[in-house]
Design a binder for this molecule. Sequence first.
Ligand code: PBG
Length: 339
Amino acid sequence: MSPRRDPSSRPPPTRVRPTRLRRFRRTAPLREWVAENETELRRLILPVFVRPGRGRPEPIESMPGVNRYPTAHMEALARELNGEGVRSVLLFGVGRKKDPEGSDAWAPDGIVPSAIRAMKRASPDLVVATDVCLCAYTSHGHCGVVRKRSVANDLTCERLARVAVTHARAGADVVAPSAMMDGQVGWIGEALDAAGFEDTAIMAYSAKHASAFYGPFREAEESTPSFGDRRSYQMDPRNGREALREMEQDAAEGADILMVKPALTSLDLLARARQRFSLPLAAYHVSGEYSMLKLAAAQGIVDEHAAVKETLEAIRRAGADLIVTYFAREIARWSREGR
Ligand code: PBG
């Protein structure tokens, strides 16, 4: 007896159905189905410039839409941000008085400690990070103390550690050293622990290139160096392997988050760092990157919403968990508008 065959059976197909990647691009809900990334508000950190004195927020000419806020305004700002859905800030102080050592940077009643206390009072859940550097407090505008016309590494680290402890004492959740001194993360971590701030996190500006895109920021911070430039401490933009060494070093010194900067010129570094480290990664979309987009949008050259979203999505796709961006409030507004 021959084996019974199901008459409906056919030989298996030999043809493989061609891949058509457009299938999931056909409608908006299908595109949502397969979207790999999002620039969620919870990942965005808004830089905030704080200045001495009272009065109104002061617009920064080269950064349309960005202000310098007097400390007296910080409670109100924290409440506004809370209402808008912005979850975290990175504070930058403008020194009340500048001297060669940058001593106002670690004054307990300084601009940044006052701002931290005010913001935390008004909005305890706001994540407050602070930039730890001397450049807005030194009379010469360099990121550290100068000896023999050169920025002295370890003397600067010792001062950065004092700044970090001052910020932690005022209630900062995260301190972010940006001076690009060798060993700064280690110095800061040790000082924080010695002062009892074991839980204050360190977000290290690890791979920070000497960039032309910090121009508008230096206007905001009044921190342009009065002689020379920052190339003896910030990284040469040509170097990528060295950037990874900077990150390795900071990770080894105990950094909790590694950051690259500027963002768009460091997408390769983000992608490589994502493979190599399990620490959270941050990218700083800097002032020049902001102003280029803002000014192009104001001229009608690009659509602001589309261009900003695309930019931040690229930074996410490259591997950033967190993005420091002056567009955080716009993103919050667009998300309230359902865009
Ligand atoms: C301080 C610091 C700078 C920026 C962040 N922290 C300026 C600089 O290094 O000259 C740049 C941020 C921006 O351009 O948005 N050292």
